[in-house]
Design a protein around this ligand. Structure first.
Ligand SMILES: Nc1ncnc2c1ncn2[C@@H]1O[C@H](COP(=O)(O)OP(=O)(O)OP(=O)(O)O)[C@@H](O)[C@H]1O
Length: 727
């Protein structure tokens, strides 16, 4: 019935007021018992762990009232953040058993399994609760053909995702809530689309909507802003704020250390970066901020943490003047000229991607829906070239067609055949006198990592085999390996052994982190780099599936680089990766094995491989081209010099392009220029224009943030972890 109403009455809510009906039991007067209570709780993943494994968390104390506190959980690893939220939701084993309780829910006779919702975003494009991607191949997402079980977004939100409608009792749908959630999460225009066609950001909004429709008391959002464009982030943050402030539902977020934290977050819990099992700080934002200042050690972590929990606004004072001698976190100077471009690898001459072209009423153009002046003449569609030596950042709001654009290059998109695109100088289909480029040649010449590749990648392959598959026609076919390829794979595995197999870290890596070991030992290990492979046996026994999410992403990133392809495509390749792994990847992309990334003051040092003339991979080469997509500045390589920003498909404006004078991290204004955001003030500018009526607490925090002590620390390190705001 509601479906009929929806068809008759399309959602035409232009910026509606957010009105969510409050759950009746939350309006009970008087102080309520805490929603969650953890008292000296020690948590194990399962029964076996108690005997011989270490706990996931030890000695946790945490209490969440039913109103007034909005928490963010911070840690350096995504697995730890997820684990903590899982503990709050009642999963894992708690000892003693009564150390974890839900007093308020007990009073109201509500099972915590129903009252607490969790949304994790790790397997982002792997589906909306199992409904989104049923196909077995990557290109299915881009097809116009629709199967009977391609549920629409509305089906998904209403819970109509069973082929036999009688199999499941119809869920009660609160139509008012559905209308409000759909409007506030900007899903109106997508309701009729199959969920498998939704973009990354659209999928995320849909999942939040679905969770809200279950009317939980508490919603746990694991990295909710990852992969969202800056404007959508602000919009969703404002929406979450309104819900959190009405405690309808209560909301707890997990964030990466170094992310921007919404201003409405009142309380922070930080998990110790060294143990990952203990809570390091906990309390109101200001109290955590103050106690953190007293702690010494692990400079990078505390610097990033300070930036995360800065109190002033949604836009922390991250922007910093690019100063002479500053290096980006991947060791690139603040001004850095682009390379001289070579021959074109990708040529798009009027590309336009539309779906449903047979029917004018359902026709939808998702890329190239504009005309622009090309050499003095008005031409339709996207005109864009990528040449050897160029390093592009591809930006644009969620749903603007970035992934579609890249799928035309990788040829995963069926329309690649019919569109005016040349890849490596040739079209996909043969023309008179010219052979078309084959999919196998394309795959050999392109290194590609994306959430889609992650979703469809065969999980049973060994770690070594994942890397070797860069020389195969498909991940499952036999790779063409030479001795040189083997040495390259082993160099990559050794370099990333601490991240890929932390427990079985190789001898070489142990030496690298322990400079006091005698040189003879070191030499022996370096010799082993080419001959003995026994120290990386783990790469043959462990499979892709055995790895945590962050390490899986890391391995696919390495797979995109290992075979020196002409074109490297990194589509959200670093999103969801742990901080240390991400920083190491960024450095590796540019410098390979030449530079080591060390925490503390000396951020970058020459590696043992460099000192001993043993560098096998020296970073991206001049003749290669790089395309990167990311919504987070933290994930954008410092070598990006060209950018393209796609418009919303409905805008009708052409894509904008521009150049960067140096690493984006050291030129925050350029980030704002790309997105058309107001220019961010540097801390110095902020100090001179400080508003007179600022809260005492906020003032104290801003002052300590702006101290000269911190600035000199940054300059000394030579590689500032500072970055412009990512949202
Ligand atoms: N088969 C299809 N039929 C109709 N529309 C589709 C189809 N496949 C994708 N789309 C739409 O194309 C648009 C572009 O999607 P795409 O994934 O390229 O966006 P994006 O810029 O990568 O977004 P995000 O940043 O959220 O990942 C989206 O609005 C999506 O809903």
């Amino acid at each position: 019935m509601f479906r009929a109403q929806l068809r008759r009455r399309p959602f035409v809510y232009t910026q509606p007021p957010i009105r969510l009906s409050r759950l009746s039991h939350l309006s009970t007067p008087g102080p309520a018992a805490p929603l969650i209570q953890l008292q000296n709780a020690t948590i194990y993943k399962d029964f076996l762990d108690q005997n011989n494994a270490s706990p996931v968390f030890s000695d946790v104390n945490f209490s969440l009232p039913t109103q007034g506190e909005h928490w963010a959980i911070l840690s350096t690893t995504s697995a730890t953040r997820t684990d903590f939220l899982q503990v709050l939701s009642g999963r894992y084993l708690c000892t003693p058993p009564d150390a974890r309780s839900y007093p308020y829910l007990l009073q109201n006779n509500t099972p915590h399994q129903r009252a607490i919702g969790y949304i994790g975003f790790d397997a982002e494009r792997s589906g909306l609760g199992g409904t989104a991607v049923k196909g077995q191949y990557l290109s299915q997402r881009y097809e116009a053909h629709r199967e009977v079980d391609d549920w629409s977004l509305l089906d998904y939100l209403e819970g109509n995702t069973e082929l036999n409608a009688l199999e499941k009792p119809t869920e009660y749908i609160d139509t008012q809530l559905l209308a409000s959630v759909v409007a506030n999460l900007d899903l109106d225009s997508l309701l009729h689309l199959p969920v498998s066609n939704l973009s990354n950001g659209q999928t995320r909004r849909a999942r939040i909507a679905k969770a809200l429709l279950a009317k939980p008391e508490l919603l746990l959002l694991d990295g909710p802003f990852m992969g969202l464009d800056p404007m959508t982030t602000l919009h969703i943050s404002a929406f979450l704020q309104q819900m959190a402030e009405q405690s309808n539902p209560n909301i707890i977020l997990s964030l990466r250390v170094g992310d921007d934290m919404p201003s409405w977050i009142t309380h922070v819990l930080v998990i110790d970066p060294s143990t990952n099992t203990q809570v390091r700080f906990k309390g109101s934002r200001s109290s955590v901020y103050k106690s953190m200042h007293k702690v010494r050690g692990d400079q990078d972590f505390y610097q990033a943490l300070r930036q995360t929990i800065t109190l002033i606004s949604d836009k922390p004072a991250r922007a910093r003047k690019a100063g002479k001698g500053l290096l980006s976190r991947d060791a690139i100077p603040d001004t850095h000229a682009p390379l001289t471009p070579g021959e074109p690898l990708v040529e798009m001459q009027g590309v336009k991607v539309s779906y449903g072209v047979d029917n004018e009423s359902t026709k939808r153009t998702v890329l190239g829906n504009w005309s622009e002046s090309i050499e003095g003449a008005d031409k339709e569609g996207l005109w864009w070239n990528v040449r050897r030596g160029e390093r592009w950042g591809v930006f644009g709001p969620n749903g603007s067609g970035k992934t579609t654009l890249l799928s035309l290059i990788t040829s995963d998109h069926p329309q690649t055949y019919g569109l005016p695109i040349k890849l490596f100088g040739r079209s996909r289909i043969p023309s008179p006198g010219e052979l078309g480029i084959s999919i196998f040649e394309l795959q050999a010449r392109i290194g590609h990592s994306s959430p889609e590749v992650h979703t469809y990648f065969p999980k049973h392959l060994s770690i070594r085999r994942v890397l070797e598959s860069a020389w195969a026609d498909t991940p499952l076919s036999k790779p063409r390996l030479t001795r040189q390829n083997d040495i390259r794979v082993e160099a990559f595995l050794r370099w990333f052994a601490p991240e890929l197999a932390p427990i079985r870290t190789s001898g070489l890596q142990t030496l690298q982190t322990n400079p006091k070991r005698p040189y003879t030992d070191l030499k022996r290990s370096l010799e082993r780099l080419q001959i003995d492979t026994s120290d990386i046996d783990w790469a043959d026994t462990m499979t892709f599936r055995d790895l945590p999410f962050s390490s899986q992403r890391l391995l696919l990133f390495l797979r995109a680089l290992v075979s020196d392809p002409d074109l490297i495509i990194l589509d959200e390749a670093l999103s969801g990766m742990d901080q240390i792994a991400r920083e190491k990847c960024l450095l590796f992309l540019v410098h390979g094995e030449k530079l080591d990334c060390k925490t503390g003051r000396k951020a970058h040092t020459k590696s043992l491989q460099m000192d001993n003339d043993m560098v096998n991979f020296g970073g991206i080469q001049d003749q290669q081209a790089l395309l990167t997509i990311s919504h987070s500045t933290e994930d954008i390589p410092g070598c990006i010099r060209q950018w393209i920003c796609l418009p919303e498909p409905s805008e009708g404006k052409p894509a904008r392009v521009g150049e960067l004078p140096g690493p984006l991290e050291l030129h925050p204004d350029c980030w704002n220029e790309i997105w058309g955001l107001p220019i961010t003030k540097t801390p110095t500018e902020k100090r001179t224009r400080r508003p007179s009526k600022k809260s005492k607490e906020a003032q104290e925090n801003q002052e300590s943030e702006d101290t000269g002590e911190q600035k000199s620390e940054l300059e000394l390190e030579g590689a500032s972890p500072s970055s412009p705001p990512s949202s």
